[in-house]
Design a protein around this ligand. Structure first.
Ligand code: NDP
Ligand code: OXD
Length: 309
């Protein structure tokens, strides 16, 4: 019998994954992992607990319970040849679009500025920006970034995107290394980060790169905290070079209570919730891929360990 192990530290998520996968694959045994559990054929996990890999003698693939896999690739016990399959959209793109749109509308309609005026009890009218005055840049045009870019383009915003490989997306000005990151960043009034954390993207947005954004730009980081150098972001926000930033992800999560981001007037924060994993939707994707692998067919979403995503 096919055995599927759910190695998830949160009981509620573990139960939802188990229930959904059991229903979709009734012939399989689907169980939450615990020390001493029988070896599994497939596993679903965000980050396996210590001891998990030691008992896996026949694991054929590990399904990430998220789109990003940087944390998994850093797992000290991860077998070097184990295929890792990540989630592709699975209900996350819609959430990302909503989150980014909300932040862009706040900038466009000056909501951040009105909130500051309200705190000072000041009645003052500010000029809103028109969509054409607010070019949106999306760094990372993958499964999620492409849908975010398309959504803004459909609403009439000028949209540009940057990816590793060349892309052609209707309504989106596409950049890659041939054009250079500077040419891309110089035209972004709002910059949305939606690329994975890899050796190439770690610390990429330092003082120099943030300085390539136009004066008064707004940063939205929904990717990983490690893409941005915290000190550089704080300095750009302190000086007003950046109008501000919306941060959903951080180098250390939960963000330590003493971190200056918490109280910074130009920084808005959420606790890594811009697009959460929906176990029921994700289970449909994972079940379909397990069935494909069992038939000997290739599946999409296979992580390339050399690239890091
Ligand atoms: P994909 O792998 O589908 O897309 C990644 C994109 O980033 C691709 O376009 C890729 O280029 C581009 N990219 C990778 N490396 C570079 C680089 N060095 N320079 C420029 N572009 C680069 O990932 P998803 O769209 O599914 O997810 C993106 C990230 O979003 C995840 O890795 C995760 O970290 C984060 N995330 C955050 C969530 C949250 O709640 N905050 C939820 C879900 C995801 P190319 O197309 O050429 O390969
Ligand atoms: C993910 C995330 O990568 O939630 O899916 O960050």
């Amino acid at each position: 019998m096919l055995r599927i192990s759910i190695a998830h530290p949160e009981a509620e998520a573990r139960e939802r994954w188990c229930a959904a996968l059991s229903q979709l694959l009734p012939a399989a045994s689907v169980e939450g992992w615990r020390p001493g559990a029988e070896p599994a054929d497939y596993a679903v996990s965000w980050y396996p607990e210590p001891g998990f890999f030691g008992g896996q003698t026949r694991l054929r693939a590990l399904f990430s319970a998220g789109a990003g896999v940087d944390h998994l690739l850093r797992h000290p016990d991860l077998p070097s040849a184990l295929p890792i399959v990540r989630l592709e959209d699975a209900g996350m793109a819609e959430q990302m679009v909503e989150y980014c749109l909300h932040e862009v509308l706040r900038v466009q309609r000056r909501v951040n500025d009105y909130e500051a005026l309200q705190r000072e009890r000041r009645w003052e009218e500010l000029r809103s920006l028109r969509r054409e005055e607010l070019p949106i840049g999306v760094f990372g045009l993958g499964v999620l970034g492409e849908q975010v870019a398309r959504a803004f383009a459909a609403l009439g915003y000028p949209v540009r995107g940057f990816s590793r490989s060349p892309k052609a997306i209707d309504g989106v000005e596409c950049f890659d290394d041939r054009h250079g990151l500077r040419a891309f960043l110089e035209g972004c009034r709002v910059l949305v980060l939606l690329a994975p954390l890899t050796p190439d993207t770690r610390d990429l947005f330092d003082a120099e790169r943030l300085g390539w954004l136009p004066q008064g730009a707004w940063l939205v980081n929904v990717a990983r905290g490690g893409l941005v150098v915290d000190e550089a972001l704080l300095a750009a926000a302190d000086s007003g070079r950046l109008a501000g930033a919306t941060l959903d992800v951080f180098r250390e999560e939960p963000l330590p209570a003493a971190h200056p981001f918490w109280g910074h007037p130009r920084i808005r924060m959420t606790p890594h919730v811009s697009a959460v994993t929906l176990p029921e939707v994700s289970a449909r994707q994972v079940a379909a891929k397990i069935e494909a692998l069992e038939r000997g067919e290739p599946v999409s979403g296979l992580v390339d360990r050399r690239r890091g995503y």
